[in-house]
Design a protein around this ligand. Structure first.
Ligand SMILES: Nc1nc2c(ncn2[C@@H]2O[C@H](COP(=O)(O)OP(=O)(O)OP(=O)(O)O)[C@@H](O)[C@H]2O)c(=O)[nH]1
Length: 414
């Protein structure tokens, strides 16, 4: 009997133990994995009729909506595998490369190096005049042709008449003429017209004992080569051992700002820029301020040149200059003119001269025109010397203007 009772007790205990294990196993299944501990209940088990996002609690859904489980979490940033060597190479090629710092050519003697670029002017002006003056009989008709040649080369009416008068007189005194004599005579007279004694220094040095950079403003109509010239001038200054800060005050064209920055980077010159469409005067002010703080030698400021209205231009350029002058005088105001635009260039020159005091002229694109005489005309028009000439699109194709080398190139040919 006792044995029977013992067997029954063991059986009951064994059954109880098995039952307990089963229950605890079920409970374990119901515990969500650690990561989902805070997840809403709906994410754990989908009931047969699932509530949809944006639905009311009651009422059957009419169209399948997004379930809570479908609401995406912000995606983790894609972890990119390390690129293979060829991929890395391709990426490096596609990325805009930081330009290497270049060593620009010294400015001295550039006009002589680039004289062949003046060949279009040479052909029409120098050679044309020499051919005419070599005629056996210098009659009225010939002198008229001399005059026309000068006018066609954009020398301007006043200077043309002066030149013809002097040439007539000297040829008469000379009597017989050898080609060399004629060449010398023409050279002298053209040189007088161009003005060998004008001060053509680009003033980028601070005047007085003040410790601040020299400041130059570059003004002119867009498209004349203003930004390019500012970049090329930075190179000339760097070649002379100066440190340069560029001010991108042409805030209306992001492309112009980028273009200037690219020029600067090539020679290690920093560009101060403002927000697109921002106040040009404030960028110019900051450029001078930052240039002063970092003890730069020169600050070059590229300005906007929209000529829609003279008043607008006057307001803008005038303000740029006034604001910059709060920190000290502007040492140079360079007007950039496109030599190929002839009389139109002279009209622009007049407008700008009324707005700011121009102290020097840069004639660009002299390589692309037969109108080299514009040098004379524009100097007469403004009473300001041509200080630099652009003779190509290359980075070192901006030359200090040397009257003798210029006239030699016109008269001697190549
Ligand atoms: N052939 C030649 N082209 C030049 C010379 N100077 C500038 N250019 C070209 O003229 C074009 C206009 O130059 P930019 O410097 O962009 O003119 P910009 O006046 O600053 O005009 P925006 O950039 O519109 O403000 C560019 O294609 C230059 O390469 C030059 O002396 N000779």
């Amino acid at each position: 009997m006792e044995i029977v009772i013992l067997v029954v007790v063991i059986a009951v205990v064994a059954l109880g133990a098995i039952g307990g294990l089963v229950v605890s196993g079920r409970k374990k299944k119901a515990v969500p994995p650690a990561g989902q501990a805070q997840a809403p209940a709906a994410t754990r088990a989908a009931p047969p009729v699932e509530p949809q996002v944006g639905e009311d609690a009651d009422g059957a859904p009419e169209a399948p909506g997004r379930t809570v489980t479908e609401v995406g979490l912000p995606e983790a940033p894609e972890v990119r595998e390390a690129p293979t060597a060829p991929e890395a190479e391709a990426e490096a090629a596609a990325a805009p490369a930081e330009p290497e710092i270049e060593t620009p050519e010294p400015a001295a003697g550039r006009l002589v190096r680039l004289r062949a670029r003046l060949s279009r002017s040479q052909n029409s002006l120098g050679k044309g005049l020499l051919t005419l003056l070599s005629r056996e009989h210098l009659d009225e008709e010939t002198w008229e042709e001399v005059e026309d040649t000068l006018l066609t080369a954009d020398v301007g009416v006043g200077p043309t008449q002066e030149l013809v008068e002097r040439l007539r007189e000297r040829v008469r005194v000379l009597g017989t003429r050898t080609p060399d004599e004629l060449r010398g005579l023409l050279r002298d007279e053209l040189l007088t017209l161009v003005g060998p004694d004008l001060d053509r220094t680009v003033h980028t040095e601070t005047r007085g004992p003040v410790d601040r950079p020299g400041v130059a403003l570059v003004v002119g109509v867009n498209g004349t080569g203003k930004t390019t010239t500012t970049g090329k001038l930075a190179r000339v200054l760097v070649a002379d051992g100066k440190s340069v800060v560029l001010g991108a005050a042409d805030t209306f064209r992001a492309a112009a700002v980028d273009q200037l920055e690219t020029w600067g980077k090539r020679v290690g010159a920093r560009t101060v820029r403002g927000p697109e469409g921002g106040d040009p005067a404030s960028v110019a002010f900051d450029a001078v301020k930052e240039g002063t703080e970092e003890s730069a030698d020169v600050v070059l400021i590229d300005t906007a040149g929209r000529l829609h209205t003279k008043t607008g231009l006057m307001d803008e350029l005038g303000k740029v200059k006034r604001v910059v002058e709060k920190q000290g005088p502007v040492d140079e105001v360079l007007l950039v003119l496109d030599a190929t635009t002839g009389q139109n260039g002279l009209v622009q020159a007049r407008v700008f001269a009324e707005v700011v005091d121009i102290t020097g002229i840069v004639l660009t694109k002299l390589d692309g025109t037969a109108k080299g005489g514009i040098v004379v005309a524009v100097q007469r028009e403004l009473g300001v010397p041509v200080k630099l000439v652009g003779l190509g699109e290359g980075p070192d194709d901006l030359a200090p203007f040397e009257p003798a080398a210029f006239v030699d190139a016109l008269v001697d040919g190549d």
